[in-house]
Ligand binder design. Structure first.
Ligand SMILES: Nc1ncnc2c1ncn2[C@@H]1O[C@H](COP(=O)(O)OP(=O)(O)OP(=O)(O)O)[C@@H](O)[C@H]1O
Length: 300
């Protein structure tokens, strides 16, 4: 696939015949999904939290929580403020160490693996508060994300080994494909800090996808979005799943969660209080009680 950095990309897409457009989209989808493992079975357990507890001094943020994530699903993780959702992400990505219990990825415990090893093993995340490199362009932010996968490393880059050149070209091509996939290819050459808020959120997702994750964890990706942006985000999350990724979604907006997830796990005060299909969760008395009186964007 040829890299296009010019601002006229969208105009060019508009000029394409439906057939050219379909071919182009297939090329982008292929580049985005290049490294996903086609042999994996959708529906197998990808990740398991087994009796996971995280304590901060006397505060029990997670109390023996167990659930699993199946390959190819979109799992929602919901609960009132302070329920332990972000702590779950942090324990799964090596930010916090479990006080007891653990996280098992593809049958192997994460143990004491460091953050970058966990990224390499296939877990990527976005943050509640956007964390981009503001002075770098959108494309550079995504290409940096691919570094976790590169084998030549810094020495190879300094010596400009042939493999590094090859990897850089691949990373740039894939980066452009990812920007197009999330809908911001026309802003590839803009500094991240100059992008509108919604585009920054999309860029965070592209950057996380650049690490070729088996599991993509999204922490409140719709925060600050209007209804249109939320609807577009739902479409994007579905396309990510359809492209072979598994998604774990923390989100307060009930309409979005109910509309996009296959299953939902509910936490309250650090404990799992329910797990099931959106239709079951909506009717679950414990869940309704947990949310009573809690202000929410758009109640279910
Ligand atoms: N590093 C920390 N040190 C001390 N307490 C913490 C730390 N991180 C989280 N907590 C506490 O653990 C509990 C769970 O917090 P967490 O951020 O996981 O909740 P949450 O469900 O993500 O909430 P929100 O929806 O408000 O983001 C809270 O009581 C919080 O104050």
């Amino acid at each position: 696939m040829t890299v296009r950095l010019d601002q006229g990309l969208l105009a060019e897409l508009e000029r394409m015949t439906p057939r050219q457009r379909a071919e182009h989209e297939a090329e982008v989808a292929q580049a985005v999904a290049t490294h996903r493992d086609m042999k994996v079975q959708v529906g197998e357990t990808l990740l398991e939290l087994r009796d996971l507890s995280v304590r901060f001094g006397g505060l029990v943020a997670l109390d023996s929580v167990s659930f699993s994530i199946q390959r190819g699903e979109i799992l929602g993780l919901i609960g009132p403020n302070g329920a332990g959702k972000t702590t779950c992400f942090n324990a799964m990505t090596g930010v916090y160490r479990p006080s007891s219990g653990g996280v098992i990825l593809e049958g192997e415990p994460l143990g004491k693996a460091k953050k970058h090893h966990i990224t390499r093993r296939g877990i990527a995340r976005t943050f509640q508060n956007i964390r981009l490199f503001g002075e770098m362009t959108a494309l550079e932010n995504v290409v940096v994300g691919t570094d976790a996968r590169h084998r030549t490393g810094v020495t190879g880059a300094l010596l400009r080994l042939p493999r590094h050149d090859r990897e850089e070209r691949t990373a740039v091509d894939r980066g452009m494909a990812l920007l197009e996939f999330v809908g911001i290819a026309d802003r590839a050459a803009d500094k991240a800090k100059n992008l509108p808020y919604g585009s920054q959120r999309r860029l965070e997702i592209a950057r996380a996808l650049a690490t070729e994750p088996k599991l993509l964890c999204l922490d409140e990706p719709a925060a600050g979005f209007n209804a249109n942006e939320k609807a577009e985000l739902m479409g994007l999350i579905r396309r990510i799943r359809d492209d072979g990724y598994t998604v774990l979604l923390i989100e307060h907006d009930m309409r979005l969660v109910m509309g996009v997830t296959d299953r939902i796990v509910v936490l309250e005060f650090g404990k799992k209080i329910a797990e099931g299909a959106p239709s079951e969760i909506r009717e679950n008395p414990a869940v309704i009680a947990a949310y009573l009186g809690v202000p929410d964007d758009e109640p279910a």
